[in-house]
Design a protein around this ligand. Structure first.
Ligand SMILES: *Cc1c(COP(=O)(O)O)cnc(C)c1O
Length: 420
């Protein structure tokens, strides 16, 4: 090892990087303390620069569905890298990934690769406006769709701590055509609305399941108004199950957005739709979008290698892992007399320190801001378990989390819950 410490690195980082981080939640602002600086990661574990090992439930906020440094993914990346890192010309790898994604998603005939989830939703909104000739979009409070101007309003995740406007630096004009509605209530929409964008399972205000009929209601409302329904599956895509949220809930959107899992830990996003809708995109149509690194060969190789591991059996395993963890956490909190709920949708887990499950942003905020998560987070970190440093994030167990890690995690929850 070397003599690097988290403390020393954070000080140096803060001198040259705003807040010492390249994405706000990493700064531990809402939980306090010094972030751990990761030196390496393997399977269910991350190791910081001081050599401390943590069972990792952050997993890069979703990309690490196989666990860290899965041999199939690292081999694909290494192999691709030896053939060059970017060409600015089409490759077989991007065709293979697009074919795999379209084969899995019923009704999605074409897909365009970009470099982040933010880029995917931002461009999908442009596509929806171009395809419908309408300006307005509707989003739900507490849903997070990345950090593009028109979608930051009332965003979840790290934006939740910033207040309703989302961010300084966003003009009134940029959000003038964004309507914000409460999650889990089917809004009234008219023929000025180009698209309704929704997280089919809200995973950036804690984990909130769509109420029965909500997604189907959105489908009907969009059909009636001639608006496009857009599922932001950046978290749910290829995580919930083989075909994502559309398959899970049996509701088909018009446009899908992806990220996280499809990049295997490299910077990737994508959006897809029917051939008809996608034909509006340049070079076929008038809606422009481009990217120097779009379809990057390393990222495509990593994403394809990851998806190939995600068989139906893999989803069964991941769901069983999440269910065991959920049951263990519920029992541990109950035994310690800690009021908590642990919602789960398939392999996705959430945690709220309140007795009723939130259904929208307001009810989520009331729980997420009660101060308990911060203490729990640090208690778990002291026990060698890394959760996201913010109450609004979900837990991401991976396929590398085996019974040993799950039992150790539940044991840690027992210990920390007793001292909450
Ligand atoms: C993470 C996330 C995004 C943004 O993706 P980035 O790759 O961070 O830009 C968009 N939508 C949802 C639902 C997300 O969870």
């Amino acid at each position: 090892m070397n003599d690097l410490t988290n403390e020393a690195l954070f000080a140096r980082a803060q001198a040259v990087i705003p807040g010492g981080v390249n994405s706000p939640v990493r700064a531990f602002g809402s939980v306090g303390g010094t972030p751990y600086f990761v030196a390496r990661a393997e399977g269910p574990y991350v190791y910081d620069v001081e050599g401390t090992r943590y069972i990792d439930y952050v997993q890069s906020y979703g990309p690490g569905i196989l666990g860290h440094a899965h041999p199939a993914v690292t081999a694909a990346v290494n192999d691709a890298a030896t053939r060059g890192t970017s060409y600015g010309a089409p490759t077989e790898a991007e065709v293979l990934l697009a074919e795999e994604m379209c084969a899995r998603i019923q009704g999605m005939e074409m897909v365009r690769m970009v470099s982040s989830g933010t880029e995917a939703t931002m461009t999908a909104i442009r596509l929806a406006r171009g395809a419908t000739g309408r300006d307005r979009i509707l989003k739900f409070a507490g849903n997070y769709h990345g950090h593009s101007d028109s979608l930051l309003v009332a965003g979840g995740s790290g934006v939740a701590q910033q207040g309703l406007k989302g961010s300084e630096g966003v003009t009134a004009g940029a959000v003038a055509d964004t309507i914000v509605a409460p999650y889990n209530v089917v809004p009234e929409i008219d023929d000025t609305v180009a698209a309704v964008i929704v997280e089919p399972v809200a995973a950036n205000m804690g984990l909130i399941e769509p109420q029965p009929g909500f997604l189907a209601g959105l489908r009907d409302a969009c059909d009636a108004a001639g608006a496009l329904l857009m599922f932001d599956e950046v978290i749910t895509g290829f995580r919930l199950c083989h075909g994502g949220a559309a398959e899970w809930f049996e509701v088909q959107p018009d446009i899908w957005c992806f990220g996280k899992v499809i990049g295997g830990g490299l910077p990737v996003g994508a959006f897809g739709a029917s051939r008809e809708i996608m034909s509006n995109l340049a070079p076929l149509g008038p809606v422009y979008q481009a990217g120097t690194l779009s379809g990057n060969p390393l990222a495509m190789a990593a994403g394809l290698a990851q998806l190939q591991q995600l068989t139906p059996a893999a989803y069964d395993q991941l769901t069983a892992t999440a269910a065991t963890l959920q049951a263990g956490m519920i029992a541990a909190f109950a035994d310690a007399g800690v009021v908590a709920s642990v919602p789960r949708v398939g392999p996705l887990l959430g945690l709220f320190f309140g007795d009723t499950l939130p259904t929208d942003f307001d009810s989520a905020k009331a729980v997420c801001e009660n101060g308990v998560y911060e203490r729990f987070f640090h208690g778990m970190l002291d026990q060698g378990v890394a959760l996201a440093p913010g109450a609004y994030e979900a837990l991401f167990p991976s396929l590398a989390h085996g019974s040993e890690q799950i039992e150790a995690t539940i044991e840690a929850v027992r210990h920390v819950a007793k001292n909450l």
